[in-house]
Design a protein around this ligand. Sequence first.
Ligand SMILES: Cc1cc2nc3c(=O)[nH]c(=O)nc-3n(C[C@H](O)[C@H](O)[C@H](O)COP(=O)(O)O)c2cc1C
Length: 151
Amino acid sequence: MHEIFQKRKSTRGFIPKKIEKEKLDEILEAAHSAPSAGNLKAREILAVADERTRERLAKAAFGQDFVAEAPLVLVFLALPKVSAQKYGERGRDLYAIQDATIAASFAWLQAVDLGLSGCWVGAFDEEEMRNILNLDDEKRPVAILPIGYAD
Ligand SMILES: Cc1cc2nc3c(=O)[nH]c(=O)nc-3n(C[C@H](O)[C@H](O)[C@H](O)COP(=O)(O)O)c2cc1C
């Protein structure tokens, strides 16, 4: 097994050091390189650094405070309609979610390789998340990934 898999573990405490732009770029590049059904890339990734928004995201994640403590929160959105155009119900209910979550996995592993840590957060109020991020019905938030330097 590659050492990156041993290094990766869920981290829920971060020091207040910001993430360098080059590192964020590499993480996003890795995420966008992930495969997708029919290569449709039925996903979108938002990078949230704004403190007030991170605090709101932490609240929407049922008070998981480490979400706000991390200097950066990546939000992975599935685009069900994009996949449904080609794959119907299966695209809408399954492939779009998989397109988004495999990108989250790639992002997390790339972050670890850059000396960063994170935690996959799936427990959040979806409607509240939609409100905070101004998402319409075509975008479904499926996972958030707070990342930063581990405390
Ligand atoms: C789909 C999914 C949802 C998760 N949601 C949360 C969450 O809301 N909050 C949290 O602290 N950890 C969450 N986790 C992280 C798991 O608790 C963690 O991966 C698991 O306990 C194994 O620990 P490890 O990641 O250190 O190997 C989630 C993980 C996955 C894959």
